[in-house]
Ligand binder design. Structure first.
Ligand SMILES: Cc1cc2nc3c(=O)[nH]c(=O)nc-3n(C[C@H](O)[C@H](O)[C@H](O)COP(=O)(O)OP(=O)(O)OC[C@H]3O[C@@H](n4cnc5c(N)ncnc54)[C@H](O)[C@@H]3O)c2cc1C
Length: 480
């Protein structure tokens, strides 16, 4: 027996069942396939790719210490993985392959093809469920997928309680095997890729995001211990570090779901709280919700709106206006500060994602798909399902989305969630001299003085326009 562990978005050693179980069965080696053209086609940001490749290098070291070589091979697109992988397995005589299921359509198609070919070759396949809190889909009492988060969450909690959530320890150190000989030979073969990795390294804020696995662990523990209790009151204030900022690591699978759950349970027990009522866990469940939606409704992977009728909307195609939003030059300080946070750090606070997405789709009336794409191209935590879910929620085209008549007022949001303009001052230093009131909406004179742009849209008119456009398609749909 000779096992190949195919790592994708599960880049970790601890709490990774495919690594541990493969190693328990016999000699095991790991593999990662770099698909740069595919990643580009999927709009993965340079920051996300940079972090992913850094994670891979760190993981290679950790695996190496356990005598598990990590092979890195390359092809352009997912559809080529089939050829590349079968050749690789034959060349190195693997008898078994271990992997987690993935959800987006391209990933599913890739895996189906690969698994068929490997089975034809007589290679045994060990396909694990999704690398999420729940590895399998859940259904409502009618046996249908959930379309509303709250009932999903109730069932999700029940299911979670009924399954084995023990953390899967990292594998034991493996005895030396043949693999180590050619892992040395591989150094030459992979040096190209290592060079690429090195060249990508500059393209993201390593000062903010590059963590060793040990540092990442400390970050998780520190959040659970020191910040989780205050999460409900702090999570909506962008000027405060009240959320975990773990999303980039979750997106790459650098953190295990069982490990997180165990930490949450321990911390809640310490504080005499019921872990099932923990707000942070509830937020984490949104991730599972959007992933499950994408699995149940493959049209989402094709960038179609969840609510069919919203496809009739005639979106505004004004490129200049779209560009002003991308550049953080809308004249609405909270929106512009949010867009600068994204550009400067690769990350944006959740409240601000909602404000800026609502601004783009409702007030500028620009197709949510353009915003979704721009976010994906810039976010270090870009996650197809969460991003798609967040955009369709904001645009009222999605499942369990914000009702179309609830249009965020950027000024009110700014006053409520950044009352002293602390966040705005941080990312729009040109406005820092303004008082706490006018920083949310500078006067004409203040704009001239600070060289800050005029507002590119009139809130009231834009809101009326958006609501009537949605009303129109709703009525058409009802045959009125
Ligand atoms: C328009 C829009 C786009 C988004 N795009 C992404 C994306 O590409 N990738 C992404 O991970 N999240 C996305 N989100 C969800 C959310 O904004 C981020 O997960 C969150 O801001 C990450 O910060 P954090 O790690 O501090 O979150 P915390 O508040 O600490 O939450 C913990 C984790 O739970 C998950 N989570 C939290 N809220 C959500 C949510 N609403 N939907 C799905 N998962 C959630 C994330 O994995 C997050 O890291 C988007 C939201 C919106 C409104």
């Amino acid at each position: 027996m000779k096992n190949l562990i195919w790592l994708r978005n599960d880049l970790r050693l601890e709490d990774n069942p495919i690594i541990t179980h493969a190693c328990q069965q016999g000699p095991s080696e790991a593999l990662f396939i770099v698909c740069q053209a595919q990643w580009r086609q999927h709009d993965e940001s340079a920051a996300k790719i940079g972090l992913k490749l850094d994670a891979l290098l760190a993981l290679a070291n950790d695996l190496n210490a356990l005598n598990i070589p990590l092979h890195i091979i390359e092809c352009d697109f997912f559809h080529q993985c089939d050829n590349v992988l079968t050749r690789f397995c034959q060349q190195h005589q693997f008898t078994d392959i271990w992997l987690h299921r993935e959800i987006p359509l391209h990933e599913q198609q890739r895996d189906q093809k690969v698994l068929e070919s490997l089975t034809d070759l007589g290679i045994r396949t060990h396909v694990y469920g999704w690398d999420l809190f729940l590895p399998m889909p859940i259904y409502n009492q009618q046996g249908l997928p959930f379309r509303v988060f709250t009932p999903f969450y109730k069932k999700w909690l029940q299911q979670l309680q009924g399954q084995d959530n023990r953390v899967i320890p990292a594998p034991q150190k493996q005895p030396h095997n043949d693999a180590n000989r050619y892992s040395v030979a591989l150094t030459e073969q992979t040096s190209d890729i290592v060079n690429k990795i090195t060249s990508l390294k500059k393209e993201y804020r390593q000062d903010l995001w590059a963590l060793s696995y040990t540092e990442l662990d400390q970050k998780i523990i520190q959040f659970c211990h020191a910040k989780m209790a205050a999460y409900p009151s702090q999570r909506d204030i962008p000027a405060v570090a009240g959320t975990s900022t773990l999303s980039p690591y979750l997106a790459l699978g650098m953190i295990g779901p069982r490990y997180l759950l165990n930490l949450i349970q321990l911390e809640c027990a310490d504080q005499g709280q019921d872990w099932r009522e923990n707000d942070w866990l509830r937020e984490l469940a949104w991730r599972d919700f959007y992933k499950q939606l994408m699995w149940h409704f493959p049209a989402l992977s094709r960038h179609q709106a969840f609510k069919d009728n919203t496809e009739q909307i005639k979106w505004n195609e004004d490129e200049e206006v779209f560009q002003a939003w991308c550049d953080g030059k809308t004249g609405f300080p909270i929106v512009d500060a949010a867009m600068r946070q994204l550009k400067q750090t690769g990350w944006m606070h959740n409240r601000l994602r909602m404000i800026s997405a609502s601004f783009l789709t409702k007030l500028l009336f620009i197709d949510w798909r353009k915003g979704e794409r721009f976010f994906m191209q810039n976010l270090i935590d870009g996650d197809f399902a969460a991003n798609n879910g967040g955009w369709q929620w904001s645009a009222s085209t999605g499942c369990d989305a914000v009702p179309y008549f609830r249009v965020f007022n950027p000024l009110r949001q700014s006053e409520k969630f950044d009352p002293e303009g602390q966040f705005i001052r941080r990312f729009l230093p040109e406005l820092a001299i303004l008082d706490n009131k006018s920083i949310h909406n500078p006067t004409e004179e203040q704009r001239q003085l600070t060289n800050y742009p005029r507002t590119i849209v009139d809130y009231k008119q834009a809101r009326t326009h958006a609501i009537s456009a949605f009303e129109k398609i709703t009525k058409q749909n009802e045959g009125l």
